[in-house]
Design a protein around this ligand. Structure first.
Ligand code: PMP
Length: 414
């Protein structure tokens, strides 16, 4: 095993965080090749909202393959694609009174962001974009310019061309409304922040430290966009698909983005990414933004099956209920260890425990791994322990995982 680890490039840090080789998994539990069992509170960084290997998805995939289902079709229409699109319209868009066209953009989240920005520039004929401090939108060149993180930005790639990183909600504490601050900069021709093609944001910054935007702030940003024909892009790649409690993370604010980027949990672990575009913005010419792997048929089969979770609001209610359990437990930890000066942020079932003392959050993640719980850290200085269990986790396992965090902190400080 150690030899294999040595061969692995260090470009992916998860190997170092979780130094073992995983073999199989079921819902919120994952086993390594030695048979050690871990609770998975990382869940593919928000990809496994519906858990590992949901039985009905595996069965649908087996049936599809047994019936010579088409694996690759380039962008030709297939039955798997048609069924997914019908299910998405009927289950997600129509009940929410939302009208969007779907554009499949490539296998992974960053492809959806690239497409969104390209279209916003084309529609507005402007080239600059506003993103936010601590935002994460992917690592291909266009998306990378939007990702506000020095480690990924590495100056040798040539800097953040044409992107202004505005302060996110709460950046200066609660007394300064950063949406109003941004409005003033955009409307003041002497500020150097000209009217952009698009404003792109996450309603909860998943990689940036589980920073949450308030509903009023999101509404103010939407107003700013409307006032100047700026395309509002919501990157719902990590916190969409029910993670926040509603299917889309912006629903609680009552806003209607111009473009929505979706990926991660939509395919339940199989690669799928798309943008949802307001119909009047769909100015693409046929084949103008195309590619070989746009719309994977197996992912369509899995995604269609997973959309059945949204025909009732049971899952949504479950997320809110379990989210309260997580929040209450983390808040108890904050009160129990005042010397650590910790704080808690989140919504639905994405929660961050901010541990400001340098290095402590990373150490906690390691201790938790040794105690069979997988959690990752996030934030500018890796100072936030991020909890992203599958939405379908069993309540007893959720509580067991939370208790492990309490024991882990105790172990660390003693
Ligand atoms: N946007 C957000 C909000 C993300 O969390 C991520 C991935 N962490 C991406 C974009 C990029 O997705 P991918 O890694 O699949 O390219």
């Amino acid at each position: 095993m150690n030899n294999f680890m040595e061969f692995e490039s260090e470009v992916r840090s998860y190997v170092r965080s979780f130094p073992t080789v995983f073999e199989r998994a079921e819902n919120a539990v994952i086993w390594d090749e030695q048979g050690n069992e871990y609770l998975d509170f990382f869940a593919g960084a928000g990809t496994l909202n519906y858990g590992h290997n949901p039985e009905q998805v595996n069965q649908a995939l087996i049936n599809y393959l047994s019936n010579q289902g088409i694996l690759h079709s380039l962008d030709k229409a297939t039955v798997a694609k048609k069924r997914f699109m019908e299910a998405f319209y009927q289950t997600i868009l129509m009940p929410r009174n939302l009208d969007y066209k779907i554009q499949f953009t490539g296998p992974t989240g960053t492809n959806a962001v690239e497409a969104a920005i390209k279209l916003a520039r084309r529609v507005t004929q402007r080239s600059n974009v506003i993103a936010f401090t601590q935002g994460y939108h992917g690592l291909t060149m266009g998306s990378l310019a939007l990702t506000a993180n020095d480690y990924y930005q590495n100056q040798s790639y040539g800097g953040r061309a044409n992107v202004y990183h505005a302060p996110y909600d709460g950046y200066f504490g609660s007394s300064i409304n950063t949406a109003e601050y941004l409005r003033q900069l955009v409307e003041d021709s002497s500020s150097g922040v000209s009217i952009p093609a698009a404003i792109i944001l996450e309603t909860i910054q998943g990689e940036g430290g589980v920073n949450t935007a308030a509903k009023e702030w999101l509404q103010d940003i939407e107003k700013l966009c409307k006032a100047h024909d700026i395309i509002l892009i919501i990157d719902d790649i990590q916190v969409g698909n029910g993670r926040s409690g509603e299917y889309f993370s912006f629903e609680f604010a009552g806003i209607k983005p111009d473009i929505i980027c979706m990926s991660k949990a939509i395919g339940g672990g199989l690669p799928l990414a798309f943008t949802l575009i307001k119909p009047e913005l769909d100015q693409w010419q046929p084949g103008e933004h195309t590619g070989t792997f746009r719309g994977n048929n197996l992912a369509f089969v899995a995604a269609t099956e997973l959309l059945k979770n949204w025909t009732t609001d049971d899952l949504s209610q479950e997320v809110h209920k379990k989210g309260c359990i997580i929040k209450d437990y983390l808040e108890q930890l904050v009160s129990a260890y005042p010397e650590l000066d910790m704080s808690v942020r989140g919504r639905g079932m994405i929660w961050g425990l901010d541990i400001p003392q340098p290095g402590l959050a990373k150490q906690l993640s390691r201790v938790l791994f040794e105690n069979n719980l997988l959690v990752e850290t996030c934030g500018k200085d890796d100072h936030v322990v991020k909890l992203l269990p599958p939405l379908t986790i069993d309540s007893a396992q959720l509580e067991e995982g939370l208790r492990k965090i309490g024991f882990g902190i105790e172990e660390l400080i003693n």
